[in-house]
Design a protein around this ligand. Structure first.
Ligand SMILES: NC(=O)c1ccc[n+]([C@@H]2O[C@H](COP(=O)([O-])OP(=O)(O)OC[C@H]3O[C@@H](n4cnc5c(N)ncnc54)[C@H](O)[C@@H]3O)[C@@H](O)[C@H]2O)c1
Ligand SMILES: [Zn+2]
Length: 357
């Protein structure tokens, strides 16, 4: 199985995609590191804790259970985990393993970033969304009452271990939510990946091993490449936000309860594609193919009483809106995107309306 590598000024580290790799965790602990703290949720631990525990048999370790869920992704939870770490003998030699979905990756990563001014973390993402996105790239953080991920830090892991085998137990809706991020990678950088998602949707939805492994590998290849070229999101890394400016606004307007993150990204990509077409940047055929590919993975939740105007108004309040100008990632063909800014509010509202239709 392939090993990818993230190369940043802060650190170079492997991202490995291999079925069964969670049972090899101990091999990735650096010599001389102290106690290992596994941050996880009860559901993931019940399903896969035995494999991790077995691997850590000869290593002093402690399991930190975290409630999970977006409302629990708060600084207060990080503080609680840190208190428990200290009580369980954690010191500056401690190592954190973030073992779970994107929420655990973000919270566990942030805990490691600030515990005793920073200890190493190994990321073991267990949802599709986290395996192709959240677990790689070193972004960590928690939510504030005013918005998602407003408190955080870059903290690159020692390694990212991706075991596609754990996806078998993922609820269907969570799995499909991750698929939208895979489609995103295809649209921004890989026509081959897009083609797989567009034409092999049955195999993908049936979680056929060959389709699942390949789509994860290709997504990981893209994410590691982009993060290596631009660790701190200056320009290139921003292409990963395709579909996210609209998507984040939709998530916020619907109170983070109606859409899963990936579903909101699916909606956001539709709006971005409609917008790109409306300003003549994207051809009609590519527009049709992208919308069809997204629709192949199920019906997105309805935004219900949320209006296109309120979604666009929210976009202007987003933390990525610099000096009142909205920067959007728009495709000009399948496999390539450009950053476009300064488009009129009316165009954005029309695009959101078209995505809602
Ligand atoms: N840091 C980043 O770069 C980045 C990127 C994208 C998203 N995110 C963040 O990721 C979060 C969303 O992550 P998510 O979609 O993984 O949701 P999640 O972490 O809430 O996981 C979804 C659910 O699936 C459960 N689960 C996890 N693995 C499982 C498995 N193998 N089998 C069965 N159940 C399993 C979880 O316990 C949870 O109940 C958001 O908070 C988002 O902001 C971060
Ligand atoms: Zn995302």
């Amino acid at each position: 199985m392939p090993i990818y590598s993230v190369e940043t000024p802060a650190r170079t580290y492997p991202v490995e995609v291999e079925r069964g790799i969670i049972g090899k965790l101990a091999e990735y602990l650096p010599a001389g590191s102290g106690k290992t703290f596994v941050v996880t949720t009860a559901d993931v631990w019940d399903l896969y804790g035995a494999a991790v525990r077995q691997s850590l048999e000869a290593v002093p370790h402690h399991v930190l259970l975290f409630p999970g869920g977006e409302p629990a992704k708060r600084l207060s939870a990080v503080e609680k985990l840190a208190e428990e770490m200290v009580e369980a003998g954690g010191d500056r030699t401690a190592l954190v393993v973030a073992f779970g979905g994107g929420i655990v990756n973000d919270v566990g990563g942030f805990l490691a970033a600030i515990f005793m001014r920073g200890v190493p973390v190994i990321q073991i993402p267990t949802t599709l969304l986290a395996q192709v996105d959240a677990g790689i790239g070193g972004k960590t953080g928690v939510n504030l009452a005013n918005g998602k991920n407003l408190l955080g830090s870059f903290h690159q892991p020692l390694a990212v271990l991706i075991d596609p085998g754990v996806l078998g137990s993922l609820p269907d809706r969570e799995y499909r939510s991750g698929l939208y991020e895979v489609i995103k990678h295809g649209i921004i950088r890989s026509p081959k990946l897009f083609d797989l998602m567009a034409s092999e949707s049955e195999d993908v939805l049936a979680r056929k091993v060959s389709a699942v492994d390949w789509m994860i590998e290709e997504s990981v290849r893209i994410k590691t490449q982009v993060v290596s070229a631009d660790e701190k999101e200056n320009d290139l890394r921003r292409i990963l936000n395709f579909g996210h400016t609209f998507g984040h606004a939709l998530e916020a307007e619907t109170g983070y309860s109606r859409f899963l993150h990936g579903e909101a990204v699916g909606f956001g990509m539709k709006a971005a594609v409609r917008l790109s077409r409306s300003i003549g940047m994207l051809g009609e055929e590519d527009e049709r193919r992208i919308i069809e590919a997204i629709d192949r993975y199920g019906t997105l939740p309805s935004p219900e009483r949320v209006s296109a105007e309120s979604i666009v108004a929210r976009m202007y309040a987003d933390k990525k809106t610099l000096q009142g100008r909205i920067h959007l990632i728009l495709p000009d063909r399948i496999g390539h995107v450009r950053i476009v800014s300064g488009l009129g509010e009316g165009l954005l509202i029309d695009a959101v309306r078209a995505a809602m239709a």
